[in-house]
Design a protein around this ligand. Structure first.
Ligand code: KIV
Ligand code: ZN
Length: 535
């Protein structure tokens, strides 16, 4: 990689303006309660963003409350509220931001012909007057005032420059140039920011900011182009959430600036090792999982399955990794064991789990592993242990699921129940009927009653895999049994048996590892660390 800097900005500071809790939160499916917003704001503080846009105080009493709570409880970043260019909005924002150590008001007003005519019914002169009046009023009420020319990209250049100059003259210290509809390309953005920075009077006292939407999938590229042209603040959201297709994904922007310092020559105050936590906290809080192949924070971002890649990474991870997983706060990369994996990766994983297997055994395990991978796709550690034990003569499989029936009626007071039949080589067919909070929980209770092994479900993930017109469900479960973790996995046509079979699989592994008898009683207190830790 070339280390020649093509950027004349000499390690300039780029401020990160996080709008996860405002632009992100206003998108359908991403709303958060005040408690959830506060939790996310604390995570953003730990990440080290410069500004948290906590909400749009005038939008609703709930939004004002969330802004107020974040302003009182989150120290470090500047806390900001959005406001329209009206006195009423400014006053509501001032009250909500009152507790903040450092406050910013973010005033926006549409400047494009379309917004002036179709939305605001205002002339150019009226738009300029409103900017001057409201920015001027806000400067004495907040530590900082930012002005956004909404739909800047579709605004006539001379008028956009005039509007931004008007805002700077009235006291705005940040001039935001939003691509509200995600229409621009990187070349256009570079050109526009270069023009504005050169032509807006008073711009030397303000910083230019980019706010790019992702309608054409170019939000991050456009934001980076703005930085190259001289923007010193970028607005975006974790996981790229935001109106419609979302905003610039901050984790991508941050890692691009970090990894390609040779191009951008900029520095940030963020701690990149907090990125993974921020992304996954947001996913949890909003109930929107991070896509597996998402850049930087997806499960596959540091995972390798293909044998050639695994071999390369085992020798030197730089062969297929341009960042380290540690950079974003992960403890290591993942060599996914699947049908594309080679022997090198299999041996590495077997050794990592503390097993020593002779060469001839290894060949047998490798053959069995490939057959299993054809069936399951990805092989979990627990399955691999089963394979090692099976091939080496310590088969772990004891209980198997014969039949499961469940009942749960939505809207009824009747408790959900499940009837489960398991087979055991010595105990034969055993049936139990149990109730639970939901039908799957009831089925797990029935398995516990039959096997005598009590377990707490720590994780349950169901994914769909499809090939040649057939869709299967793969269930992955992690159980905690007597303080140790055991993983189970199953692949079936339907969600329900997949979940129960994975549960039974984990119970079998626990029974084998902990030397549990056929009625669930521990026979010895032998050390089971290897299996437990492998889960
Ligand atoms: O996209 C946009 O124009 C906005 C403004 C409020 C900055 O979100
Ligand atoms: Zn926006």
């Amino acid at each position: 990689m070339s280390k020649t800097s093509t950027n004349p900005h000499n390690n300039a500071k780029i401020a990160i303006f996080d709008t996860t809790l405002r632009d992100g939160e206003q998108a359908p499916g991403f709303s958060m309660s005040a408690d959830e917003k506060l939790m996310m704001a604390l995570t953003l503080r730990d990440l080290g963003v410069d500004v948290i846009e906590a909400g749009f105080a005038a939008a609703s009493p709930g939004d004002a409350d969330a802004v107020r709570r974040i302003a009182s409880e989150v120290e470090g970043p500047t806390i900001c509220s959005l406001a329209r260019a009206t006195e009423a909005d400014i006053k509501i924002a001032a009250s909500a931001l009152h507790p903040a150590k450092r406050s910013r008001l973010h005033i926006f007003l549409g400047t494009s012909p379309l917004h002036r005519q179709a939305k605001l019914n205002m002339s150019k002169a009226e738009v300029l007057a409103a900017i001057e009046r409201t920015v001027g009023m806000a400067t004495s009420m907040f530590d900082e005032v930012e002005f956004s020319a909404e739909d800047a990209i579709r605004t006539e250049r001379p008028f956009l420059a005039e509007a931004l100059e008007c805002a700077a003259r009235a006291g705005a210290c940040v001039l935001n140039v939003p691509d509200t509809v995600g229409y621009a390309t990187p070349d256009e953005i570079y050109d526009l920011f270069s023009f504005l920075i050169a032509n807006v009077g008073g711009a030397d006292k303000a910083i230019f900011s980019a706010h790019c939407h992702d309608d054409l999938g170019m939000a991050v590229a456009n934001s980076l182009a703005a930085v190259r042209a001289g923007a010193r603040q970028v607005e975006g959201a974790i996981n790229g959430i935001g109106e419609r297709a979302g905003n610039c994904a901050l984790e991508e922007l941050i890692m691009a600036l970090h990894t390609r310092k040779d191009i951008f020559d900029a520095h940030l105050s963020v701690d990149t090792s907090k990125i993974y936590t921020a992304s996954h906290t947001l996913a949890k809080v909003t109930g929107n999982p991070v896509p597996r192949n998402k850049a930087i924070v997806g499960r596959n971002a540091f995972a390798h399955e293909a044998g050639i890649h695994q071999h390369g990474v085992l020798n030197d991870r730089r062969t297929y990794e341009i960042m380290t997983p540690e950079d974003i706060g992960l403890s290591g990369n993942a060599l996914i064991l699947g049908k594309h994996s080679g022997k090198h990766a299999l041996i590495a994983r077997i050794e990592e789990m503390g097993f020593h297997v002779e060469e001839d055994r290894l060949n047998a395990i490798f053959v069995a592993f490939k057959a299993m991978a054809d069936q399951y796709g990805e092989i979990a550690d627990a399955q691999l242990i089963g394979l090692i034990e099976g091939v080496t003569g310590n088969a772990a499989s004891v209980w198997s699921l014969r039949r499961v029936e469940m009942r749960a009626t939505h809207g009824s007071a009747a408790e959900p129940f499940a009837r489960v039949e398991l087979d055991h080589p010595e105990r034969g067919q055993v049936t139990d009927i149990a109730t639970g909070e939901g039908p799957i929980h009831a089925a797990f209770n029935a398995v516990q009653n039959i096997t005598g092994i009590s377990a707490r479900v720590e994780e349950l993930e169901i994914s769909h895999v499809g090939a040649q017109g057939r869709t299967d469900c793969i269930a992955d479960i992690v159980l905690r049994i007597n303080g140790k973790k055991f993983a189970g996995r199953s692949r079936t046509r339907d969600v329900i048996p997949a979940g129960v079979e994975a549960y039974v699989d984990a119970i079998n592994r626990a029974a084998a590892a902990m030397d549990i008898d056929i009625f669930g009683r521990e026979k010895t207190t032998a050390d089971t660390t290897t299996t437990a830790d492998a889960a």
